[in-house]
Design a protein around this ligand. Structure first.
Ligand SMILES: Nc1ccn([C@@H]2O[C@H](COP(=O)(O)OP(=O)(O)OP(=O)(O)O)[C@@H](O)[C@H]2O)c(=O)n1
Ligand SMILES: C[C@](O)(CO)[C@H](O)COP(=O)(O)O
Length: 235
């Protein structure tokens, strides 16, 4: 079986309010994108498609892929204006492959264990996504931010990435999205498979540390996670 990863790094990082896209900000001297690429590079994954902005392709080739020796990166392709556009460009570049692992490059703390669990789940169910049960109570609000519904907390998860699918299945889902129902409300890949193909996606527990670096305080949290791991390595 062939396992292909799509690592997403074509965002602008607007919520980070930084000069450069957040995936290139440094954590302990290395760009955020380095950390997830390294985990995928050292895993069972056969090849990696890196999706970045058109203007960053040559930078990524020289300063990320070649500099750090990510030999499994077989293509660096330009993404699009929305995340789901970038995912689709990655899917097209992936070609015929058995399984596609879609991962946010802004999630540096994916681990080998998470990838192993994802592989087991996708081989069993055909569609799975990393996540964790929420710890806070979640409220659905109306247009004036009045709470209108409180889902039962035991049934609510915060979904992360990797989101992993049979290659044929996720390609069919995205082709249907772009031919029939493209809309900017699409925020993850499971949603595309659920709505376009009416196929349930199996969630599996990843880690509360598998955060997405989105706003400035996430950088502080990330450095604690990195120091903790480094500290553990010293013990
Ligand atoms: N058009 C886009 C938008 C996002 N992403 C990637 O998808 C991941 C999750 O997206 P998000 O955290 O929203 O990143 P940004 O869109 O860059 O953030 P913002 O919404 O704050 O601009 C990131 O690794 C980001 O680089 C992408 O490849 N292409
Ligand atoms: C895919 C995702 O990481 C799951 O939580 C999230 O939806 C990405 O959202 P973003 O706004 O593109 O960061």
């Amino acid at each position: 079986m062939h396992h292909t990863a799509i690592i997403l790094a074509a965002g602008k990082g607007k919520r980070m309010q930084s000069e450069i896209p957040k995936q290139y900000l440094e954590l302990e001297g290395k760009p955020i994108i380095y950390y997830s690429l390294k985990v995928f590079e050292e895993s069972f994954i056969d090849n990696i498609i890196l999706v970045t902005s058109k203007e960053d392709i040559s930078f990524c080739r020289k300063e990320i892929v070649e500099k750090f020796g990510f030999r499994k990166v077989t293509e660096i392709v330009a993404g699009g204006s929305q995340r789901y556009h970038s995912v689709y460009q990655g899917i097209l570049a992936a070609g015929d492959t058995d399984y596609i692992y879609i991962h946010d490059g802004a999630r540096p703390f994916v681990t080998a264990r998470i990838l192993k669990d994802a592989k087991e789940q996708v081989e069993k169910y055909g569609a799975c996504a990393a996540g964790m049960p929420v710890k806070d109570t979640i409220k659905i609000v109306d247009s004036r931010d009045f709470a209108v519904n409180t889902p039962e907390r035991s049934l609510v998860w915060q979904v992360q990435t990797p989101q992993v699918f049979s290659g044929k299945l996720v390609k069919a889902a995205y082709e249907k999205l772009f031919s029939e129902a493209e809309n900017d409300a699409v925020t993850d890949d499971a949603m595309v498979v659920e709505t376009m193909l009416k196929i349930p996606v199996k969630l599996f527990q990843a880690s509360y540390e598998n955060i997405k670096i989105t706003t400035p305080e996430d950088l502080q949290i990330a450095s604690v996670f990195l120091d903790k791991n480094t500290m553990y390595k010293k013990c």
